[in-house]
Design a protein around this ligand. Structure first.
Ligand SMILES: Nc1ncnc2c1ncn2[C@@H]1O[C@H](COP(=O)(O)OP(=O)(O)OP(=O)(O)O)[C@@H](O)[C@H]1O
Ligand SMILES: [Mg+2]
Length: 366
C-alpha cells in the first residue's frame, strides 16, 4: 500500500468525531421524517433541507468522494421514506426526487472546491517550510563566512608576526650551534646551551604551525578510504587511549565509496580531534567514531564522554589561539577547520545531550 493510500485509510480521533457527527445528523433527521405524520408537510420540507448539513460537512471535510457517498446514504434513507409514506402525492414526490439529485450535485461541487482549497493550503505550508529551511541555510552560511573572515584576518596577522620572528630565531639557532661546538658536554654551562636549543626548536615549531595556519598547503587530492584513514589514525593513538583507560567504539559504514582527499591533511584533522577527545577524558571514557554517507557527503563523527565545552566557549573553539589547556597552542582546531574547508567540506562541533562533545567532519564525495 502506498504512503498516500495508507494515510487515506488511517483514521484519527478527529475523523471519528466528525464521522459520528455526520451520521448522527443523518439519523436524527431521518427519525424526524419517519416519525412526523404526512399532514405536517411543511415540517417535512424543512427536514428535507436539513439533510444538506451532513452532506455539506462530509464534502467540506473529506472531499467529493465521501461527500457523494454521504449524499447516496441520505438518498437511500429518504427514497425509502418517500416510497413508504408519500406515494400518493406524485407532485410532491417529484419535488423530493429533484432535491435528492441536488444533494449529489452540491456534494460534488463543495467537495471539489474544498479539496482544491486544501491542496492550495498544503502547497502554501510546504513553501513556507522550504522558505524557513532556506533562511536557516542562509544564516549558517553567513555564520561560516563571518568565521572565515575572522580566521583570514587572524591568519594574515599571525603570518606577519611569525615571519618576523622566524628570521631572528634562525640567527639564535645558528649562534647556539656555534657555541655548542665551543662548549664541551662536561662544561657546567653546557646544560644552558641545551635549554636554549630546545626552546628555540619549540618556538620554531610554534611559528611553523602559525605559518601553516596562515597559508595551509593546498590539498593534493587522491581517492582514499576514510575508514582506512580512521583505523590508521586510531593505531597512532593506541598508547594514549590505553594509558587513559579510554575505550574506542567504532561504527564505520562498510561500503563507503573512496573519497577525494589529501590523506595526510585529513589524518592531521582526525588526529587533532582524537587528541582533544583523549585530553578531555583524563580518567576513563569512551570515544565513539562513526562514519556514513549522507547527501553525497562522507561524514565522520567523533563523540566523546569528556568534560565538554561550555555554552560560552562553543563558538570560540575554532578560533586560532583559543585554548583552555595550560600548554595548548589553541591552533589544532583552527588549522583543522581550514584544512577541511579547503577540501570543500565542513568541520563542526556540538555538545552532547548527556556529556562530552561530538565533532563532525563532512567531506564531499566528489
Ligand atoms: N573533545 C573536546 N572536549 C572538550 N573540549 C574540547 C574538545 N576539543 C576541543 N576542546 C576545546 O577547544 C579548545 C581548542 O582546541 P584546539 O585543539 O584548537 O587547541 P588545544 O587542544 O587547546 O591546543 P593544541 O591542539 O594546539 O595542543 C581546547 O583548548 C578545549 O578547550
Ligand atoms: Mg588540540
Amino acid at each position: 500500500m502506498t504512503e498516500k493510500a495508507r494515510a487515506w485509510f488511517t483514521l484519527t480521533g478527529s475523523d471519528y468525531r466528525k464521522g459520528g457527527l455526520i451520521l448522527s445528523l443523518i439519523l436524527i433527521v431521518s427519525c424526524f421524517h419517519f416519525l412526523t405524520p404526512t399532514d405536517y408537510r411543511y415540517l417535512h420540507e424543512i427536514y428535507q433541507r436539513i439533510y444538506y448539513i451532513p452532506i455539506l460537512l462530509a464534502a467540506f471535510w473529506y472531499g467529493p468522494l465521501i461527500g457523494f457517498l454521504t449524499a447516496l446514504l441520505v438518498s437511500a434513507i429518504y427514497v425509502f421514506h418517500i416510497r413508504m409514506d408519500w406515494h400518493h402525492f406524485p407532485v410532491y414526490t417529484f419535488n423530493q426526487y429533484a432535491e435528492i439529485c441536488l444533494y449529489h450535485v452540491i456534494a460534488l461541487v463543495i467537495g471539489f472546491l474544498s479539496s482544491k482549497e486544501k491542496r492550495h493550503r498544503e502547497q502554501l505550508e510546504r513553501t513556507s517550510a522550504e522558505l524557513a529551511e532556506a533562511y536557516q541555510q542562509l544564516q549558517d552560511t553567513f555564520e561560516r563566512l563571518r568565521k572565515a573572515d575572522r580566521l583570514a584576518a587572524l591568519g594574515q596577522l599571525s603570518a606577519g608576526i611569525a615571519h618576523e620572528i622566524r628570521n631572528p630565531l634562525g640567527s639564535v639557532k645558528g649562534s647556539i650551534e656555534i657555541l655548542e661546538e665551543e662548549i664541551p658536554p662536561d662544561h657546567p654551562k653546557y646544560e644552558f646551551v641545551q635549554i636554549v636549543k630546545e626552546e628555540t626548536a619549540r618556538l620554531d615549531s610554534i611559528v611553523t604551525e602559525f605559518l601553516e595556519f596562515a597559508r595551509p598547503p593546498r590539498p593534493t587530492f587522491k581517492p582514499y578510504s576514510i575508514n582506512e584513514l580512521i583505523e590508521s589514525t586510531l593505531i597512532l593513538l593506541h598508547k594514549e587511549t590505553t594509558a587513559s583507560g579510554i575505550s574506542v567504539v567504532k561504527n564505520l559504514a562498510p561500503d563507503l565509496p573512496l573519497t577525494p582527499m589529501d590523506p595526510d591533511q585529513i589524518r592531521q584533522v582526525l588526529l587533532n580531534i582524537f587528541l582533544n577527545a583523549v585530553q578531555a577524558m583524563p580518567d576513563r571514557g569512551t570515544i565513539d567514531v562513526r562514519s556514513r554517507l549522507e547527501n553525497e557527503r562522507v561524514i565522520v563523527e567523533v563523540a566523546d564522554t569528556g568534560i565538554g565545552v561550555g555554552e560560552a566557549d562553543l563558538n570560540r573553539i575554532f578560533d586560532p589561539f583559543f585554548s583552555t589547556k595550560p600548554t595548548g597552542t589553541g591552533m589544532g582546531l583552527s588549522i583543522s577547520y581550514q584544512l577541511v574547508e579547503n577540501h570543500g567540506g565542513l568541520l563542526s562541533a556540538r555538545a552532547n545531550p548527556e556529556r562530552g562533545m561530538t565533532f563532525c567532519v563532512e567531506l564531499p564525495r566528489t
